[in-house]
Design a protein around this ligand. Structure first.
Ligand SMILES: [Zn+2]
Ligand SMILES: [Zn+2]
Length: 215
């Protein structure tokens, strides 16, 4: 498996391009509001994107979805509980940045991600793990055979997603973590929506937010 990525836009949101091999079909995970840079990540590894998978509806993850799906003729996938967020990117910009008017374009429509669903695309297999808390519709994407978890803004190296934004809920996040993420194999590589990669074992040992959670 080949994974290319770049931290993009003001929020340094990790955009991942995953493929079985360089120069083949693949998928894009998250679309920060810099579609040219997203296309460049794919081009650099010669990947032909076949789908756009969105971990959640925040501006820094979906604000470039519209031009990205248009450029590659692909569909965007998002959990339905986050469509209200993706539908108000200008509102999010005012809240997060204190100003609207930026060039943010979500997709015109989203195919629904559902908890437990298996997505098979571009020769890759993902299991959708709905992990509400950071947002109501947040999903992690688990590649069971490869032992890789794309954790979006649910779990970071040394931290967890903030829950003070509209729709966020701290107790819900911890419950999702305990019930749906901590049971995964400890050797799982965790690739978050911001910051460096980690492993579940390292987070279990050192992440202060995970201490004391039931496993
Ligand atoms: Zn977020
Ligand atoms: Zn984010």
């Amino acid at each position: 498996m080949h994974i290319a990525f770049a931290p993009l836009w003001l929020a340094a949101t990790n955009c991942y391009v995953v493929s079985v091999e360089e120069g083949g079909p693949g998928v894009i995970i998250d679309a920060p509001p810099d579609p040219d840079a997203i296309a460049e990540v794919a081009r650099r590894s010669g990947v032909e994107p076949r789908a756009l998978l969105l971990t959640h509806g925040h501006l820094d993850h979906v604000g470039g979805a519209g031009p990205t799906v248009a450029a590659f003729g692909i569909a965007a996938h998002l959990h339905p509980d986050d469509e209200w967020l993706a539908a108000d990117l200008q509102g999010q910009a005012r809240l997060l940045l204190g100003l609207g008017g930026g060039d943010y374009q979500g997709a015109a429509e989203y195919l629904p991600l559902a908890h437990g669903a298996k997505l098979e695309v571009a020769g890759l297999r993902f299991r959708v793990i709905h992990t509400p808390g950071h947002t109501p519709g947040h999903c992690c994407l688990w590649m069971e055979e490869e032992g890789v978890l794309f954790s979006g803004d649910h779990l970071f190296a040394g931290s967890i997603g903030r829950t003070d934004l509209p729709g966020g809920d701290y107790r819900t996040l911890l419950r999702s973590m305990a019930e749906r993420i901590l049971p995964l194999p400890e050797e799982t590589d965790v690739l978050p929506g911001h910051g460096p990669a980690t492993t579940l074992a390292r987070e279990l040992a050192t992440n202060p937010f995970l201490q004391g959670l039931p496993r």
